[in-house]
Each structure stands twice: as structure tokens, then as C-alpha cells.
Design a protein around this ligand. Structure first.
Ligand code: 5AD
Ligand code: SF4
Length: 420
């Protein structure tokens, strides 16, 4: 979501005769786009700000801006306590950036952190970095109010772009040669533009170019309709992959989290998804050490992992966030207990993913070539339809190609093979 927002910011700035440099020492303006979802994300921004001091020293005229969720959350602290920061702009005020940066050049610090009920940057064409896949934000904000989550406070109420404007952006991406589009929203399947719902949007997106893959992130289990599952199953270029955050396997904790489903409902949903979409990839998010979490609750989460057998998971320690309901529940699981529970969760999940991936050794999978692999310049990295990461020797293939790869080796996160 932040990558997509950064592309909106780059588009707004370049429309006002700013250009992009990859050398921060030469920049007149430096923005940091921030995330508040967990404390370590915020800590990293403070570290990054400290390293920006050198640029201000070399070039006292440089304007430094903090954008995004932390801007909204920490506004005055960022300006008052950190002399370094000139502008602080929240996620709904990016249109004001050129004006605020101009004021900053003449010495006036600026804060713009109002949230909007309507801003969705519908008319702004994001300035994307070239590649195979494009992010496309289709709705903003979240009305779910999970008790641990700061997003409804930092990004405001849900609002959706018009289907027609999204479709015309996808047409443009197709003509530019993009091979994959990921429709984004904090709570993407509550998309509704007044006329069309999320399955309508996905169907329209997929119809633009049948050779283009369509993905989406992140849905809430409550809003996964049979219509959506049926549409994914029936549409070949909609990827068979769902990231479906469960957060906890304990009904008591799920209730305190305000997740609005029980474990039984969630498991029934995953069964329905697996029956209707054979071969579907499933991944999840887990929080360890939510307030009041007992060893029994923790074991229920581990059991849920074992029952669903996810292809992958993002696993986090609970991080208390001011303003949220969970903040008032106290952060009563001791740090060392959180660390231990998280590492147990990671161990169980990695073992499951390793087993699932090992079953693919010997199989041939279809892969969209995306980029050079992180480990070697001689290898490509790509993903299967159901979101398995695959690494293989280049062997004449080019970025953007669809190739068949025979899998020779696998670990918990990656399949390795060669083109056949
Ligand atoms: N502490 C830990 N993890 C969190 N997440 C959201 N808020 C918190 C928090 N306060 C996780 C959830 C969510 C993912 C994007 O981040 O698992 O699905
Ligand atoms: Fe946060 Fe996601 Fe819950 Fe919305 S649905 S409050 S973004 S965790």
C-alpha cells in the first residue's frame, strides 16, 4: 500500500516539475513514507530520519518530509522535537505536497494531516517504476476496527474508487506491457463503488486483458462471499491465491480482537475455498501475545496453523498502538513469552510450508518471470499462479515471459528448478 501511495506522491510531484533522483545527496526534497502498524516500523523511520541529518548538514536548504500513517499519528512531535522535519503530510493530503514544499523552501514548516471521507486519488495516474507487476489501489481506509489495529485511525474511513476509472487504468497498464496487477485495499473485499461490489470489480479487471494476471490484497474473512470465491474459480487469469489473515486460533482472543468470526467459521471458509478453487494458495497473518493471551490460546493458534496448513504466513509479536481498544487492555503478555510464542509459531509454520513445498519436487509449474533472483545474477525469480516463489537458471527466458519450470529442490519459502 505504501509503494502504491509513493507512486501517487511521485506523480503529484512530477506534475509540478519535480524530477526523481536516486542520489539523496543531490535531492532538494526528501520524503519518507511511513507505516504505523507496529512499533518496529515506526522505530525504523526514526532511525532513517537520523541518517537524513547528514543531507541537511551538507545542504541546509533540503526539505525533509514525513508522509503517511506516522505523519497522521505524530504530527507535532515530528515537527517540534525533530528539528530536521519540514513537512508532515498524512495519507489523504498528498495533493497539497507541492504547496507545502514550496512554503518549506521559504522557511515555513507545514503540517497537513486531515483525513478525508472521499479522497481516493481517482484521477491521479501513479508514477510506477517499470516492471512486470503493478500495484493498483482500489479502496482506501478501513471500517473494521480490529481492536489491535491503528489503520482505521491513521487512514480513516473506507472509500472506493469508481469501477470505470479502475478499469481504464488497467487498460493503460495492459497497453504499457504490465503482466500482472494487484488490486489493493486495507480491506479490499469491502470494495463498493455504490453500484459494483468487489467480485464485479475483479471480473471487470480480469476481462481487460486475459493474458494479464489479477491478484488482490488484503481481504477480511468476514467479507469473502461465495460470489467472490466462484469468480476466482471461474476466471483463469484471476490468480488462485488468497491471503486470509486469521490473527489467532482462539475464539476468546478473536472476540477480543473484534475479528467478527469464530475459528469454526474461518475453518469452514477455508474448506469452502479449497473445495471451490482446487490448488488455491493460502497464506495468513498471525499475532502472538495479544492482551490476555494464555498458553491455551497460543496452543489454539498453533492448532489452527496445523489444521489449515497455510502455504505461507506473516507472523508478528503484538505491538500496542495508542488510540486502539487493545491499548486499554494493557500489554500483559511479557516480552519473553511473546518472543517464545512467536518463535514456536514460526517453527510450526515453516515446517508445514517446507512439507507442502517438498511435495512439489518433481512437478512442473508455470511461472511468470519477474526479476533477477536475490542470490544470483544468472537466475530469474518468478511466481506461480498460486503465489509460490520460484528461482531458476535464466536459460534464454526474459522478464515477463511465462515459462514451465521443473522443481528440483524446495524449502519453506522458495522452489528451485529449471526451465523445461
Ligand atoms: N501488533 C502486531 N501486529 C499487528 N498487525 C496489525 N496491527 C498489529 C499490532 N498492533 C498485523 C496484523 C495485520 C497485519 C497487516 O499486521 O496481523 O493483518
Ligand atoms: Fe486493521 Fe485489517 Fe482489521 Fe482493518 S481489517 S482494522 S486494516 S487489521
Amino acid at each position: 500500500m505504501n509503494v502504491a501511495d509513493t507512486e501517487v506522491v511521485l506523480s503529484i510531484m512530477s506534475g509540478n516539475s519535480y524530477g526523481i533522483t536516486d542520489d539523496a545527496a543531490k535531492a532538494d526534497v526528501i520524503f519518507i513514507n511511513t507505516c504505523s502498524v507496529r512499533d518496529n516500523a515506526e522505530a525504523r523511520v526514526f532511525q532513517r530520519l537520523a541518517t537524513l541529518k547528514q543531507y541537511k548538514k551538507q545542504n541546509p536548504g533540503v526539505v525533509i518530509g514525513v508522509l503517511g500513517c506516522m505523519a497522521e499519528r505524530l504530527r507535532t512531535e515530528l515537527i517540534d522535537k525533530r528539528n530536521l522535519v519540514d513537512v508532515v503530510v498524512g495519507p489523504d493530503e498528498y495533493r497539497r505536497l507541492p504547496e507545502l514544499v514550496n512554503d518549506a523552501f521559504s522557511g515555513h514548516k507545514g503540517i497537513a494531516v486531515k483525513l478525508s471521507r472521499v479522497e481516493n486519488y481517482d484521477d491521479i495516474l501513479p508514477l510506477r517504476t517499470e516492471g512486470v507487476g503493478a500495484w493498483l489501489s482500489v479502496m482506501r481506509g478501513c471500517d473494521k476496527f480490529c481492536t489491535f489495529c491503528v489503520v482505521p485511525f491513521t487512514r480513516g474511513r473506507e472509500r472506493s474508487r469508481k469501477l470505470a476509472s479502475i478499469v481504464s487504468e488497467i487498460e493503460r497498464l495492459s497497453s504499457l506491457g504490465y503482466k500482472e496487477v494487484t488490486l489493493l485495499g486495507q480491506n479490499v473485499n469491502s470494495y463498493h463503488d455504490g453500484e459494483f461490489d468487489f467480485p464485479d470489480l475483479m471480473a471487470a479487471a480480469a476481462a481487460v486483458d486475459r493474458s494479464m494476471r489479477i491478484r488482490f490484497m488484503t481481504p477480511h474473512p468476514q467479507d469473502i462471499s461465495e460470489k467472490l470465491i466462484g469468480m476466482i474459480a471461474a476466471t483463469p487469469n484471476v490468480c488462485s491465491y488468497i491471503h486470509l489473515p486469521i490473527q489467532s486460533g482462539s475464539n476468546r482472543i478473536l472476540k477480543d480482537m473484534n475479528r467478527t468470526y469464530t475459528l469454526e467459521q474461518y475453518l469452514a471458509l477455508t474448506e469452502k475455498i479449497r473445495t471451490m478453487i482446487p490448488g488455491v494458495g493460502l497464506s495468513t497473518d498471525i499475532i502472538a501475545g495479544f492482551p490476555g493471551e494464555t498458553e491455551d490460546d497460543h496452543r489454539a493458534t498453533i492448532d489452527a496453523l496445523k489444521r489449515v496448513r497455510y502455504d505461507g504466513a506473516f507472523m508478528f509479536k503484538y505491538s500496542p498502538r495508542e488510540n486502539t481498544k487493545a491499548w486499554d487492555m494493557g500489554d500483559d503478555v511479557p516480552e519473553e513469552v511473546k518472543v517464545r510464542r512467536l518463535s514456536e509459531i514460526i517453527d510450526v509454520q515453516n515446517a508445514i510450508a517446507t512439507e507442502i513445498n517438498a511435495e512439489l519436487v518433481g512437478a512442473t509449474v508455470e511461472v511468470l518471470v519477474e526479476k533477477i533472483s536475490a542470490k544470483s545474477d544468472d537466475e530469474w525469480m518468478g511466481r506461480t499462479d498460486n503465489n509460490k516463489f520460484v528461482v531458476f537458471a535464466k536459460d534464454g527466458a526474459a522478464i515477463g515471459d511465462i515459462v514451465n519450470v521443473k522443481i528440483m529442490k524446495a524449502n519453506s519459502a522458495t522452489l528451485m528448478g529449471s526451465i523445461v
